[in-house]
Design a protein around this ligand. Structure first.
Ligand code: ZN
Length: 712
């Protein structure tokens, strides 16, 4: 399953909480990793996984390691393919979804004069991406105009317009990734104001890096030093591929590392960034100008067509103070080198094989452990989904998401929301005043299921068959300017941050919505052929997870309208923090799966862990209520000999079974606010008496935690 950072929004992904079912290669390389060929998976039909309780390994003890008990047989039978960094029970679905998209793209790429405007866009995009011989023949030529522009800069004052250009040209080059900080120099976009969710204001964010986050530059353990060294070699190789001599490339690589490391040093870390108060720094345009006078803000705002903003939110003023010093200390040619690197690095996935291969070798192989590149068609499907996702997604919805699936999902969502209402009322630690506010927030949640009510209009994006890189750049410019143009306009509540075929889901605290794309409402998460116990255990837990995000340590700071407003009494907030600390202490744990000495930071994952723990309670209670309506109970046995309660927990664990390479596990522990799948099962269930009851686990056994945590 992909990490789905494709959706655009640097602040959205900062505070928007996706369920992130599993990890994937870093986003920059995801769009277009891989080599040609890849006949291996062309021949076989992708297989959707369906839950089967007989997958439980009865030779093992469910009370010792339930993840292993539920997943072992599947894990042994499903090793990681060489072009993947992990393989889980949803991976077959990912391939299945991509095959549906591929058929749509292939049909649209035929030169039929009766093609619709949407078919012309997606079809020609596909044709240009699949044209490997044309791309190979062009070599590094498509880069040259950008490299020439940078070479022609005469003064540091001219850097500003080049930053604006970089933000336009490359996907994600203007946004904060998933707690990454990888916009060149800084990030810029339009985003809802923290204090008044009805307004969109300009956000100016830290940036500057190419590696997944600041730790990769700053940590001093042997493994981190080795990775940074390898990154330096990679940068040099890419400069050579772009036409430099080996000596020039080596010197330029040192400059890039020096500048990026200095910017990493200046960045706020990803734990501090989880508290919206830390990043909610409002400034007037004059204050921005004097904070960072080396950037010509008026020229920048004009170049990106930014409407006037009521104020500017500068997420990390210290970052800009440090960058100001760097701009003064380093000569123009250092910054030209940095910008040249940004162009080469970001364009690499869309260029010739030598560039694609070297980019893959470092960002996917060395950093994430992927052995082989994805076949070209899968890279092109993913890029089309990222760049034209709501054009491509319409056909996916028609093909894969019948109205009955939507109706049954909506029913489950309502049952889970009712369960949370009852849970809030039953809390012994919360005062009536806070309970009332929580109830208002819960009622205010908008449920978005399947696909948007209106599709995005791509008519202004020019797509041709002749240059893949240019198509990507024009789609990227469209997306960047679409976000910037929101500044000063009313908030559009209908928009989606994920495309319909995405296998993921999210809660957006500033809109107070949960969003479930059609792509995840498929087996093994939502399985129309299975009973309620299985579906509440799998997709029900994920629905509960997203709803709980409205009430986790971050989400609870926003009100029903999406404003950053404290609606808690101070006693209740204190009670909450104690329970939250139990969770973050529990998850501050060793992660041997990621290598010796690797430790999870429970403060980084606290929100996701809280959502996992609360989500499964809600799903179980909703299942109990649903069974009761049918005259049944959790402990009744089904035809297969398992109780509904047991099937619920088995289906839940099954939906998380994943084989992962240690490299991607290490990357995830450093950058990802989600725990690894094994902990999303074993930590959660060992906190639950309801689980222990299902399998007769006793005090002292591993799945019965002595200091069990419970927030929701
Ligand atoms: Zn989440």
């Amino acid at each position: 399953m992909t990490i789905s950072r494709f959706f655009a929004a640097f602040m959205l992904s900062l505070i928007m909480s996706a369920v992130l079912l599993a990890q994937s290669a870093p986003s920059q390389s995801l769009a277009a990793l891989g080599a040609s060929g890849g006949m291996a998976d062309e021949a076989k039909e992708p297989k959707l996984e369906h839950f089967d309780p007989n997958l439980a390994d009865k030779a093992l003890d469910p009370c010792s390691d339930f993840y292993k008990y539920a997943c072992n047989k599947w894990l042994v039978a499903n090793p990681i393919p060489s072009d993947q960094v992990e393989w889980d029970t949803g991976s077959g679905l990912e391939l299945w979804n991509e095959r549906v998209l591929r058929e749509t793209l292939e049909a649209a790429s035929k030169n039929d004069p009766n093609r619709s405007a949407v078919q012309q866009k997606i079809g020609d995009y596909w044709a240009a991406c699949m044209d490997e011989s044309g791309i190979e023949a062009a070599g590094r030529k498509p880069l040259q105009p950008e490299l020439d522009r940078i070479a022609a800069l005469k003064s540091k004052q001219e850097i500003t317009l080049e930053i604006a250009r970089l933000h336009h040209l490359f996907p994600g080059a203007w946004e904060e990734g998933d707690n990454q900080s990888n916009a060149p120099f800084f990030g810029f976009t339009g985003q809802q104001d923290f204090d008044d969710a009805s307004k969109v204001v300009a956000f100016i964010d830290q940036g500057g890096l190419s590696l997944p986050n600041r730790d990769y530059y700053l940590k001093t353990d042997d493994k981190s030093k080795e990775l940074l060294h390898k990154y330096g070699l990679h940068v040099a190789k890419m400069f050579v591929l772009a036409g430099e001599t080996a000596a020039e490339a080596a010197a330029d690589s040192r400059t890039v590392i020096e500048l990026e490391t200095a910017m990493a040093q200046a960045q706020m870390d990803n734990v501090a960034r989880r508290d919206p108060k830390n990043i909610n720094n409002k400034m007037t345009l004059d204050q921005v100008r004097s904070l960072a006078p080396s950037v010509d803000w008026d020229a920048y705002l004009k170049a990106v067509k930014a409407p006037a903003s009521e104020h500017y939110i500068v997420t990390s003023p210290d970052f800009f103070r440090a960058q100001e010093r760097l701009l003064a200390e380093h000569p123009l040619n250092h910054w030209q080198t940095y910008m040249r690197w940004q162009v080469i690095h970001r364009a690499a996935p869309y260029l010739n094989k030598a560039m694609v291969d070297e980019n893959f070798d470092f960002f996917a192989h060395t950093l994430a452990g992927q052995e082989e590149q994805l076949p070209r068609w899968r890279r092109c499907v993913r890029a089309a989904d990222r760049d034209l996702g709501e054009a491509l997604g319409q056909a996916y919805v028609d093909h894969a998401f019948p109205p009955e699936s939507k109706a049954r999902t909506v029913q489950m969502v309502h049952a889970i929301e009712t369960a949370l209402q009852a849970d809030i009322q039953s809390l012994t630690w919360m005062s009536p005043a806070t309970k009332e506010q929580a109830g208002i927030k819960l009622k205010g949640i908008e449920d978005k299921i399947g696909y948007p009510s209106q599709w995005r209009d791509y008519s202004s994006v020019k797509i041709t068959r002749d240059s893949y890189l240019n198509n990507v750049s024009r789609a990227s410019s469209f997306e960047f300017e679409r976000w910037v143009a929101k500044v000063g306009k009313p908030v559009d509540r209908t928009e989606w941050g994920m495309t319909p075929p995405t296998i993921n889901a999210y809660y957006d605290p500033q809109l107070n919505t949960i969003n479930f794309p059609a792509g995840i409402l498929q087996p093994p998460y939502f399985d129309p052929t299975k009973d309620d116990a299985v579906n509440f255990g799998a997709i029900g837990m994920i629905i509960g997870h997203e709803i709980i995000h409205g009430f986790d340590d971050e989400g609870r700071k926003f009100d029903a309208q999406g404003n950053l407003r404290d609606w808690w009494t101070s006693d209740d907030a204190k009670q909450y923090d104690e329970r939250g600390k139990c969770i973050s202490d529990e998850y501050t744990q060793d992660v041997p799966e990621a290598g010796p000495g690797v430790k999870q930071n429970g403060l980084l994952t606290q929100g996701e862990d809280t959502a996992d723990n609360g989500g499964i309670h809600l799903a179980l209670n909703a299942l109990a209520a649903t069974l009761k309506q049918q005259g049944e109970s959790l402990d009744d046995k089904g035809a297969d000999g398992w109780t509904y309660r047991q099937r619920f927990f088995l289906a839940n664990a099954y939906s998380w079974c994943a084989n992962e390479r240690p490299e991607i596990a290490r990357l995830a522990v450093t950058t990802n606010p989600h725990s690894l799948p094994v902990f999303r099962v074993d930590n959660v269930l060992s906190n639950m008496p309801e689980f222990q009851q299902a399998f007769g686990c006793k005090a002292g056994q591993r799945m019965v935690r002595a200091n069990a945590c419970r927030v929701w």
